[in-house]
Design a protein around this ligand. Structure first.
Ligand code: NAP
Length: 448
């Protein structure tokens, strides 16, 4: 568990008491509380305004039934969620996750993280998150469509380009966003492009949104190495997952001179010392929706390891891009012994508190997800800007904006960590920058 100041203990105990059975949410809150002590010493007014207590309480939590009929004619019932966490900086913004593990605690942890992340981007977006305990794996296209339509039939009343703007996350890509947007448009009779982001390019989407989270994480890694007088050039990288974030992290690592030698899915990992063949990976994962073991079947230089830990593969740069708590203290110890120099969280909270502590105490440059994977939501905000002005920007221009945003987030975290006495600690930097931006705006808007 992350160590926290004595004065934070009360806040922590209250959060745990009010939100029983939500360990991921407790973990995310504790991580932030572990960084905020020096801020309250410097700004005692924030404690008087009960800012921490207010920030830990979502503005609104919506839970709803999602009935649908599968291809065999059987009625299925899932549970849908949307947690509208904080709208002080703009409309709620954050993805939808379709995965059997989704529950209120997971959505709350993600919404809480999202609030800080969105503040870090400096864009006018609040924090929210949602999803359902629906498992899209093995479902036909028409089943996915029926599920999305039923999900949106309830959720639409809570959305709007000035209210709440979801995007994708695990299990929700452009196919699902298409079905969700289609149903929203049908129910409301409005072509309200700005109500969802991650749209297809010919119906309101923006270039670079697909690549943005992975690219942004690689840009962040490059910045962390730059301030240490190093770069990604020639570095061996390991990237967990093989979904949206992972694929485009691999792509940008390669463009910046690194070589990714391993990636994974929930069934195991592949090691390819010749470097991951991106075209093949995309073909299997994006076109065929296949499994990672198929990569090894088609690539002679690769081998597949069922189960096990991808973090046993030696590397200098590690990018966990799959899911929460996928990299534990043991894994971190192995990575450190194998000479890792930078760890960048493409996923949300993939490293456990013990793993983070191991990295930081061993001088590894460690980027928390709320900073490192903020490129996705930042580019979603750029998509909203393009929708609002009915414009579309080029790939080059949008990528430059993304790179600049990531460099800005890096600089803010780096400088703030220094100012508050924890040089090089991006966890402290990101938490303090996010907390200050949100809490100062909350103070300005009164007790709401
Ligand atoms: P995705 O396209 O659905 O891919 C998820 C990948 O992670 C898949 O390869 C999946 O393998 C693997 N995975 C999921 N659960 C796993 C588990 N329990 N153990 C091992 N592997 C697992 O999702 P994504 O959009 O890339 O999101 C990945 C992470 O990035 C999530 O933490 C998400 O919250 C975060 N994130 C995403 C965005 C975005 O723009 N998409 C932005 C910021 C943060 P299987 O196919 O076998 O399940």
């Amino acid at each position: 568990m992350v160590k926290i100041d004595e004065k934070m203990e009360n806040v922590w105990t209250t959060v745990v008491g009010r939100n029983p059975g939500e360990p991921e949410f407790h973990q995310a809150v504790r991580e932030v509380l572990g960084s905020i002590g020096p801020v309250l010493t410097k700004h005692p007014d924030l404690a008087e305004h009960k800012m921490l207590e207010r920030i830990c309480e979502p503005e609104r939590q919506i839970i709803f039934r999602v009935p649908w009929i599968d291809d065999s004619g059987t009625v299925q019932i899932n549970r849908g969620f949307r947690v509208e966490f904080n709208s002080v900086l703009g409309p709620y913004k954050g993805g939808l996750r379709f995965h059997p593990s989704v529950n209120l605690g997971i959505v709350k942890f993600l919404g809480f993280e999202q609030t800080f992340k969105n503040a870090l981007t400096m864009m006018p977006i609040g924090g929210g998150k949602g999803g359902a305990d629906f498992d899209p794996k093995g479902r036909s296209d028409t089943e996915i469509m029926r599920f999305c339509q039923s999900f949106m039939t309830e959720l639409y009343r809570h959305l709007g380009e000035y209210t709440d703007v979801p995007a994708g996350d695990i299990g929700v890509g452009s196919r699902e966003i298409g079905y969700l947007f289609g149903q929203y448009k049908r129910i409301t009779n409005r072509y309200e492009s700005g109500v969802l982001t991650g749209k297809g390019l010919n119906w309101g989407g923006a270039l670079v949104r697909t690549e943005a989270t992975g690219y942004g994480a690689a840009f962040f890694a490059q910045e962390m190495l730059r301030v240490r007088g190093d770069s990604l050039d020639g570095k061996t990288c390991v990237v967990s997952g093989s979904g949206n974030v992972a694929i485009f992290a691999v792509e940008k690592f390669h463009q910046l001179g690194g070589t990714t030698v391993a990636c994974s899915d929930s069934e195991g990992y592949v090691v390819d010392e010749a470097g991951i063949d991106l075209d093949l990976l995309k073909e299997i994962k994006l076109d065929e929706r296949g499994r990672i073991c198929e990569y090894a079947e088609r690539r002679p230089s690769a081998k597949f390891v069922a189960g096990g830990s991808i973090w046993d593969v030696p590397c200098e740069v590690a990018a966990p891009c799959a899911t929460q708590n996928e990299l534990n203290g043991r894994d971190a110890g192995v990575l450190v012994r194998n000479g890792v120099v930078a760890v960048v969280e493409g996923a949300n909270m993939p490293a456990t508190p013990e793993a983070v502590e191991t990295f930081i105490s061993n001088g590894v440059a460690f980027a928390p997800g709320k900073a490192a994977n903020a490129g996705g939501v930042a580019t979603s905000a750029l998509e909203m800007q393009q929708n609002a002005s009915r414009d579309s920007w080029t790939f080059e221009y949008t990528e430059q904006r993304l790179a600049k945003i990531m460099a800005g987030i890096h600089e803010a975290c780096y400088d703030t960590a220094d100012e508050y006495g924890s040089p090089g600690n991006y966890v402290v930097g990101a938490n303090i920058v996010g907390f200050l931006r949100v809490s100062q705006a909350m103070t300005a808007l009164g007790l709401i």
